[in-house]
Design a protein around this ligand. Sequence first.
Ligand SMILES: Cc1cc2nc3c(=O)[nH]c(=O)nc-3n(C[C@H](O)[C@H](O)[C@H](O)COP(=O)(O)O)c2cc1C
Length: 250
Amino acid sequence: MNVLIVLAHPERASFNGGQVNVAIHHLQCAGHAVELDDLYGEEFDPVERASHYTDRVDHQYFAPLTEQRAHFEKGTLSQDVKREIARLDWAHLVIFQFPLWWHAQPAVLKGWFDRVLVYGGLYSGSMRYNRGCFQGKKAILSVTTGSPEAAFMPFGRAGNMVDWLWPIHSSLYYVGFEVLAPQVSYGVQGGGIRYQEEAAFQDRLEHMKAAWGKRLMTIGDEQGIPFTAWDDWDDQGVLKQSHPMRWRVS
Ligand SMILES: Cc1cc2nc3c(=O)[nH]c(=O)nc-3n(C[C@H](O)[C@H](O)[C@H](O)COP(=O)(O)O)c2cc1C
């Protein structure tokens, strides 16, 4: 299996960087080919803007979707976006490694989605969800948090991890990925608010690294989390009345 690891962290020596090292080691031991896509290290520009597009369709008004489609079709997307798309084409599994920042991914990763998942190329009205272009490929989020696990439990002050990760999971499914259950490493307290004394904390970090490594040894066998799909929706894109999940709403 070809595995692409997209790292969104400004410090390669961080715990997040360490999780990348764990992944490279274990995946290679299991016989997989691994490529690291270090967004900060490669100075990926996450801001979608007009200057990325030469020879625009409309020079007066910048419409990102219009320019993305036209430049994909002409083969004139910027080199960095072309490189990222080639990496995605190569990969059978994509791992996104990042810390939870303000209940979401760091901006560099949000911008990677904005720029790389190109309209008219990687998705369109008819090429989405379970008809998306990355069907047959898997993706997984490996996320770290500052807050401890208990704070993310129901009624916990840190909120619901399923909700925080939904926009990213949903976006990956939108372009056709089978999305595996996330790997969440909680309570990586770092230089900020501290929840645990140092020795116990370091011990827990090692356990979280080991758990990630162990999971990766058989990750190719995992099934994705369930999503609804085209056959489940009516003409408005709403779950059909007959769908079992419609018990939630009348
Ligand atoms: C800008 C910023 C925002 C953060 N927001 C959150 C947050 O919403 N929830 C949380 O649990 N931790 C938050 N943290 C803490 C980080 O998630 C934590 O420091 C990180 O996961 C530790 O991993 P690292 O040592 O690899 O950086 C935030 C940290 C930063 C720098």
